[in-house]
Design a protein around this ligand. Structure first.
Ligand code: FUL
Length: 503
């Protein structure tokens, strides 16, 4: 296109030949007036991008198991065993999540035991036959969605594909008449759901409506996933189908960490889990990681005598998941009253305080920012360094095509105490950065590399690196610095950085 442009100008007699050499460096073309960098494929779907921006959200395991003390119900529990001691209060759950700095939550509305926390038409194994009025009036999808809207938070539901109560589990009838219908019913509880969560467990043996047998299914084909996706997306266009649904991947552990190197691209189909922590560089489809972890010391469901993890441990999880290009879905179980215990509410509040006090004041905002390379500006957009500190997620600094290493330097007039560096790539055009490093300078001239014990490889949507190299004891005393230098050492194509923050 560039040569066509040149030819047109010359033919039209608009340019003397002496201007030709100058024209060579102008990268703006008729079909790319903004000189936008070409995408590095694969790139995320718009709904995956929105999902990624949710970053940190809550998981609420509540249901029949809350009353039986089990983690995996058998499916033969009498409905009357579901008997909350008060009206379940999803608003209280989400308020506590919000205080922790979370942007949303996912409520379990059917676990493997098959008991449904809404008045479904697909099975009688639901709250309508609960043991008391609080139970019979429970409708978690309705109340959770309403609370989320009121609190301006995102919401979604966990519905177990594996159903140890259903007589039909393992047959086509189960998929068509029970599971897909349940998902369709849930979709009707709000078209703005951000994620539907499908656990991959399929332990085999169970009650199965009295068949008391073992059923094994191939979960990569059994659940009719293409149909499931279509059905849900028709009603909820922004709803990412997690796990079995194939739009985001399990991070591969339940301990709250992602790999320091973590690509959002993968090669395997949605049934695979082996590479969850790391993803695959150059993988052929976009499958970002989500880390599910517990904020308490016992199960996913509430158990007598449980206590929350320390705020420092929760902060470590945040650094090792959200800070490593994954999302974090952190579980806090409501108890038999249908509310979160006070200790959990307090732990979440303390976690939120840590996030604000440690990652709430961006020192890059007061710095002078300089880069050693800037992409040529287009008609309507530029790629200047300031785009990394302007608070706009849609602007970014970029280098010219073919330039895959560059430096960014922040300087302050007075020394600052630095502890964390945060980088974000503009992933709408693909994940790129492969290697980078951080240095600080006390005098503004001599630089020392920091966080050398951490692999500063990928960035992705978001990367947060503690400068002392420790995620478990990251705060420390910090480093006095008049300057900070980030060197992008290697990238799959010109790097596009939408944010640089320093705390
Ligand atoms: C697992 C399930 O089997 C657990 O019970 C829990 O729901 C967890 C989040 O996913 O695979």
């Amino acid at each position: 296109m560039k040569s066509l442009y040149k030819t047109l100008l010359v033919v039209a007699g608009l340019l003397p030949t002496s201007a030709m050499a100058q024209l060579e460096v102008v990268t703006q073309t008729l079909d790319n007036p903004d000189n936008e960098p070409a995408p590095v494929h694969p790139v995320p779907h718009a709904r995956q991008l929105k999902w990624q921006e949710t970053e940190f959200y809550a998981f609420f395991h509540y249901g029949m198991n809350t009353y039986t003390g089990r983690e995996w119900g058998n499916g033969d529990e009498a409905e009357s065993q579901f008997a909350p001691t008060a009206a379940p209060n999803p608003r209280q759950w989400l308020e506590a999540a919000k205080a922790a700095g979370m942007k949303g939550g996912i409520a379990v509305v059917k676990h493997h035991d098959g008991f449904c926390l809404w008045p479904t038409a697909t099975t009688e194994h639901n709250i309508l036959k609960a043991g008391n009025d609080f139970g019979k009036q429970t409708n978690i999808p309705r109340d959770f969605a309403q609370a989320a809207k009121d609190l301006d938070m995102k919401y979604g539901f966990y519905i177990s594909p594996w159903d140890r109560n259903s007589y039909h589990y393992g047959t086509d009838k189960y998929v068509k008449d029970v599971f897909l219908r349940q998902c369709a019913e849930l979709a009707e509880y709000g078209s703005d759901q951000f994620e539907m969560w499908f656990d991959g467990a399929n332990g085999g043996s169970g009650y199965y409506g009295g068949r008391n047998t073992t059923v094994n299914v191939d979960r990569s084909t059994y659940y009719d996933v293409p149909n499931l996706r279509d059905t849900v997306h028709k009603v909820c266009p922004d709803c990412v189908l997690w796990g079995v649904g194939g739009e985001a991947r399990w991070i591969g552990n339940e301990a709250g960490w992602a790999g320091e190197t973590n690509w959002s691209t993968e090669n395997r189909d949605y049934a695979g889990e082996g590479n969850g922590m790391y993803g695959t560089e150059g993988g052929w489809f976009w499958l970002p990681g989500e880390s599910d972890a517990k904020a308490t010391n016992q199960g996913w469901f509430w158990h007598n005598g449980e206590s929350p993890l320390t705020p420092e441990r929760l902060f470590q999880m945040y650094l090792e998941t959200v800070g490593r290009n994954a999302t974090l879905i952190l579980n806090i179980p409501p108890d038999k009253s249908g509310s979160l215990p006070t200790a959990s509410v307090n732990a979440l509040k303390n976690m939120g305080n840590l996030l604000t006090s440690r990652l709430g004041t961006d020192l890059a905002q007061d710095a002078h920012i300089e880069v050693n390379e800037v992409r040529a500006a287009g008609e309507r957009r530029n790629y200047q360094a300031e785009n990394m500190t302007d608070g706009d997620k849609n602007t970014y600094w970029a280098t010219n095509d073919g330039v895959t290493s560059a430096t960014i330097t922040l300087t302050w007039d007075e020394p600052k105490t630095l502890r964390y560096v945060e980088l974000m790539e503009y992933i709408a055009k693909g994940q790129r950065v492969k290697s980078w490093k951080i240095e600080t300078s006390a005098d503004g001239t001599n630089f020392t590399q920091r966080a050398t014990s951490i692999q500063t490889t990928t960035v992705g949507y978001k990367r947060i690196v503690p400068l002392n190299g420790s995620t478990s004891n990251s705060y420390g005393t910090g480093f006095q610095a008049k300057a900070l230098r980030i060197t992008i050492e290697d990238s799959r194509a010109c790097p596009l950085i939408s944010k640089l923050a320093v705390y």
